[in-house]
Design a protein around this ligand. Structure first.
Ligand code: SF4
Ligand code: SF4
Length: 468
C-alpha cells in the first residue's frame, strides 16, 4: 500500500457520528481558533447582518426582498415577480443548479463552510453558546456525563433558554423574508386569534430550529442535506477541498525527544480530529461528512507553528495538487459547465431585461368583420387582455401609432389591479382613405404612466374599392 493511501479501508464504511453499536456519537469539538476561523467570524457577522437586516429594507414602501411562497409573490432587489414569471423562476433554478455544479467542481464544499446558514448558525452562533455556558469540549463532555446537580440544572436551563430565544428570533427573521416585516409586526402585536396561521407558523419554525440546533446538529449536513450527498459525483481529483497532505505528512509518528525524525510531518497529535464538528479524521481523505469548516486547518497550522514546520499540512488543495503537484482549474468538465452557465446567464439576463411591467395581448374579436361608421369611416372591434406584473394599479391607454386612427373604448377606462389580468374591448376607427387593402397592418401603442410600455402589431380589416 502506498503510504499516501492512508487508512483507506477503515473509514468508508462508517460514520464519524455513529458508534460501532449503531448509537449516535455526540460530538464535542474543541473550540476552534486561528486565522481561518477569524475570517469566518467576520464573514458570518456580515451574513447574519444581511439575513436580519434585509427584511427591514423597503423601496417605495415595499420590501426590497420578499419570498411569499404562499401567495406566490416575490420581490427581488425591489422588482416584483408573480406566478406569471414561472418561466423565469424555472430558468433561474436551472442556472443556479449549473452554477452549483460548476462551483463545486472547482471549489468543493466551500459554500458549506463559509456561507451555508446551517453552518453559520451551528458553528458561529449555537456552538459559541455551548462554549460560553458549558466551557470547552472536555468540560461539556464532563457536564453531560455527570449526575444532575443545581449547577448542571442551572447551566442547562440557561443554555436551553438562550437556544429557544435565538430559535424564536431566527424563526421571526425567516417569516420576515416570507411575509415582510409589516405583516410580521401585525402577528406579533395583534391578538393571537387574529393571526392564528401566522402564530402557528412562527411556533413551528421555532420548534424546527430549536430541534435542529439543540439536538439534530451536524446530522443535518451529513444525513439530510442533498448538497452534501451529491459531493461524491460533483467532486473530481482537481476540485479544491480541505485536504491533508499525505505526501508530506506520512508516515505519521509521534515526536520522540532526542531522536532524529524519520517520519513525515504529521506528529499524530489528533488536534485536527478533536476540533472537527462532524467527528471525522481528515487524514483519511475527503469525506462526505466534511463541511469545510477549516477548523482542522487552523488546528494543524498551530501544531506546525509549535514544531517549527511550515503551515499547510492540512490546507485547501486538490488531490491532484497534493499527489502530483498539478493544480488545474480549467478541466474539460469545468469548461463545459462554464459554457452552459454563460449561456444560461445570458438567456436569463435577456428575459429579465426584456421583461415589461405589463403583458398585453390584442386580438381582433373573432367572428367580427368591419363596421361602417359615419363620415366615411370604418371600425374594427378588438379584445385586449392586460396582465399587470407590478404591485401597483396601472391605468392603460391605447393609441394607434402607424396612422391616423381613433380608439373607442367600450366601458370605462382600463385600470388593472396589481398582479391581476383584466379584459377590455375597444374599437379602432380609421378613415376609408387610409385603408389601401383588405388587411391593413396596425401598430397600437400601450401607454401607462405617460409613456409607451408596449407596441402591439395587429391588423385591420376594411373595405377595398373595386377598381373600375
Ligand atoms: S493536527 Fe496536523 S500534525 Fe496533528 S494529527 Fe492532525 S495532521 Fe497530524
Ligand atoms: S475535516 Fe476539517 S474542515 Fe472538514 S468538517 Fe472536520 S474540521 Fe471541518
Amino acid at each position: 500500500m502506498d503510504h499516501t493511501d492512508v487508512h483507506r479501508e477503515s473509514f468508508r464504511d462508517s460514520l464519524g457520528i455513529v458508534e460501532k453499536s449503531g448509537k449516535r456519537k455526540w460530538i464535542y469539538p474543541k473550540k476552534p481558533k486561528g486565522r481561518f476561523h477569524n475570517a469566518r467570524i467576520v464573514l458570518s457577522a456580515i451574513l447574519l447582518a444581511v439575513l436580519f437586516g434585509v427584511p427591514f429594507i423597503a423601496v417605495h414602501g415595499r420590501p426590497y426582498m420578499l419570498f411569499d411562497i404562499v401567495n406566490r409573490k416575490f420581490i427581488l432587489f425591489g422588482y416584483p415577480f408573480g406566478p406569471h414569471d414561472f418561466y423565469l423562476l424555472g430558468l433561474a433554478m436551472i442556472t443556479t443548479i449549473v452554477f452549483i455544479f460548476l462551483f463545486t467542481a472547482v471549489f468543493g464544499r466551500l459554500f458549506c463552510g463559509w456561507v451555508c446558514p446551517q453552518t453559520v448558525f451551528m458553528e458561529m452562533v449555537f456552538r459559541k453558546i455551548d462554549y460560553w455556558i458549558e466551557g470547552d469540549h472536555r468540560q461539556q463532555r464532563r457536564l453531560n456525563e455527570s449526575s444532575w446537580t443545581i449547577q448542571k440544572t442551572l447551566k442547562k436551563c440557561v443554555k436551553y433558554g438562550v437556544y429557544f430565544m435565538i430559535s424564536f428570533l431566527v424563526s421571526n427573521m425567516l417569516l420576515a423574508w416570507i411575509i415582510g416585516v409589516d405583516a410580521l409586526e401585525r402577528i406579533v402585536s395583534d391578538p393571537i386569534s387574529e393571526h392564528l396561521g401566522g402564530f402557528v407558523a412562527m411556533m413551528l419554525f421555532t420548534a424546527v430550529f430549536y430541534g435542529v440546533f439543540i439536538w439534530f446538529r451536524e446530522q443535518a449536513c451529513i444525513l439530510v442535506c442533498p448538497y452534501g450527498r451529491l459531493q461524491g459525483v460533483l467532486l473530481d481529483p482537481n476540485s479544491i477541498v480541505i485536504a491533508y497532505d499525505t505526501v508530506r505528512g506520512e508516515p505519521r509518528g509521534k515526536i520522540k525527544r532526542n531522536q532524529q525524525r524519520t517520519e513525515g510531518d504529521c506528529i499524530d497529535c489528533n488536534e485536527c480530529v478533536v476540533v472537527c464538528p462532524t467527528g471525522i479524521d481528515i487524514r483519511n481523505g475527503t469525506q462526505l461528512e466534511c463541511v469545510n469548516c477549516t477548523a482542522c486547518i487552523d488546528a494543524c497550522d498551530a501544531v506546525m507553528d509549535k514544531i517549527g514546520k511550515p503551515r499547510g499540512l492540512i490546507r485547501y488543495d486538490s488531490l491532484n495538487g497534493i499527489r502530483n503537484q498539478v493544480r488545474k482549474l480549467f478541466t474539460p468538465r469545468v469548461i463545459g459547465y462554464t459554457a452552459v452557465q454563460v449561456l444560461l446567464v445570458a438567456l436569463l439576463s435577456f428575459f429579465l431585461l426584456s421583461r415589461s411591467e405589463v403583458d398585453i395581448t390584442i386580438l381582433r374579436t373573432p367572428g367580427m368583420f368591419y363596421q361602417e361608421q359615419p363620415n366615411d369611416r370604418v371600425s374594427n372591434l378588438y379584445d385586449m387582455k392586460v396582465l399587470n406584473k407590478t404591485f401597483d394599479k396601472k391605468s392603460i391607454e391605447m393609441k394607434v401609432l402607424n396612422m391616423n386612427g381613433e380608439i373607442m373604448l367600450l366601458g370605462d377606462s382600463v385600470v388593472v389591479p396589481p398582479q391581476e389580468p383584466t379584459l377590455a374591448k375597444f374599437f379602432v376607427v380609421l378613415h376609408k382613405n387610409d385603408i389601401a387593402k383588405m388587411n391593413t397592418p396596425l401598430e397600437i401603442g400601450i401607454l401607462s404612466d405617460g409613456g409607451i410600455v408596449q407596441r402591439i402589431t395587429t391588423s385591420f380589416l376594411g373595405p377595398v374599392e373595386k377598381k373600375q
